[in-house]
Design a protein. Structure first.
Length: 352
């Protein structure tokens, strides 16, 4: 196993280095083996002032490490000698102004482990709509919009609210479709088309709820709903647009090609809040570093105006990343209730 890296040419401990690599497990890791690996790494990292995130999925590792160059060099040397993985490839290595994972000696995200967790109340007692998820996911991947809409109409007639249907059915269906893609059970085209159908179905659900007697409220707030640059999935962004519009907010949408483009739009339009969305179907661990940079750009764009920054996507829905991870004010685990929470944060900011 040979790994070449020119990491750390200087040694001032006041600097923060950041290294991201991927590798392949020599053998399939069990849950207990992963826990043991992480426990050992946390003790080592803590002693050297190193923090980071480890993603394990289908026999492959992706890890980001950050810390003082001296400590990071020791950790990296240990990783290169570890016989439990091979095919190590350095993806990025650079210096950063601040830590992304300052609260974590090592944050572990394992998709295989996440599928069998039993510690959360939601796992012990699945929502009543959960049994519809597998069938809906297959309908979406099959492109059967007629049956999707018929199924959602049936659920709506049972008395479920739009927020319930979105939070406990549509969003879980998106994640189930993402799992199918990760397992090579569908093509990227099928995933994208299916998410587009869910987007239209979510709009129909919200519209039906509005026709059932909900009245629009006038709001003094405004929000810019944006997808992260390069993110092709816009399911939550579209559903948030319906929710905020129904609540009377002024809503603008953006699909920026860069963080600079997003910052320019915020500076020009002066919104009270901005929401930046990653994919609801797929985990995007590598996008967290860029998302943190985007949040910083958003804040610098309006230094004289208190802008509330919200983020969302599968990484946040599954609680594997938090608002603090990327420097945001709010990380939504679901579209439902987001406008209420952001209104509270805006009011709190203006009262300071």
């Amino acid at each position: 196993m040979q790994v070449q890296t020119g990491f750390v040419r200087t040694d001032p401990d006041s600097l923060i280095g950041c290294l991201t690599y991927q590798s392949r497990a020599v053998s399939r890791s069990t849950e207990s083996e992963l826990e043991q690996l992480v426990s050992q790494a946390r003790r080592r990292n803590r002693s050297l002032g190193v923090t980071g995130m480890l993603l394990y999925d289908n026999g492959r590792f992706l890890q980001t490490l950050e810390g003082p160059p001296r400590g990071l060099k020791q950790v990296w040397s240990s990783i290169c000698r570890d016989q439990r993985h091979c095919d190590i490839e350095v993806l990025t290595e650079h210096m950063v102004g601040s830590r992304l994972f300052s609260d974590w000696d090592l944050l572990l995200y394992s998709r295989e482990d996440a599928s069998c967790r039993t510690s959360r109340a939601s796992d012990l007692a699945p929502h009543a709509l959960a049994h519809y998820v597998p069938g809906m996911a297959q309908l979406a991947l099959d492109g059967d919009d007629v049956r999707i809409n018929a199924r959602l109409a049936s659920v709506t007639e049972q008395g479920w609210s739009a927020d319930d249907i979105i939070s406990h059915l549509i969003e879980p269906v998106a994640r189930a479709m993402g799992d199918a893609w990760l397992a090579d059970q569908c093509s990227e085209f099928e995933l994208t088309v299916g998410l587009s159908m869910l987007q239209l179905a979510g709009h129909a659900v919200r519209s039906h709820a509005g026709c059932a007697g909900a009245t629009l409220r006038r709001s003094r707030y405004s929000i810019l709903l944006a997808t992260a640059p390069g993110e092709p999935h816009m399911l939550s962004t579209a559903m948030l647009a319906d929710q905020f519009t129904d609540a009377g907010w002024r809503v603008d949408m953006a699909f920026p090609g860069s963080k600079e483009a997003l910052a320019n739009q915020i500076a020009q339009q002066g919104h009270d809040a901005v929401d930046i969305a990653l994919s609801d179907a797929l985990p995007r661990p590598r996008a967290l570093l860029e998302l943190r940079e985007m949040v910083d750009y958003c804040r610098k764009a309006t230094p004289d105006n208190l802008v509330v920054v919200s983020v969302g996507g599968r990484m946040f829905a599954e609680a594997t990343a938090t608002a603090a991870t990327v420097g945001a004010d709010h990380a939504r685990r679901s579209v439902g209730g987001t406008c209420v929470r952001l209104a509270q944060l805006i009011r709190q900011g203006r009262s300071l």
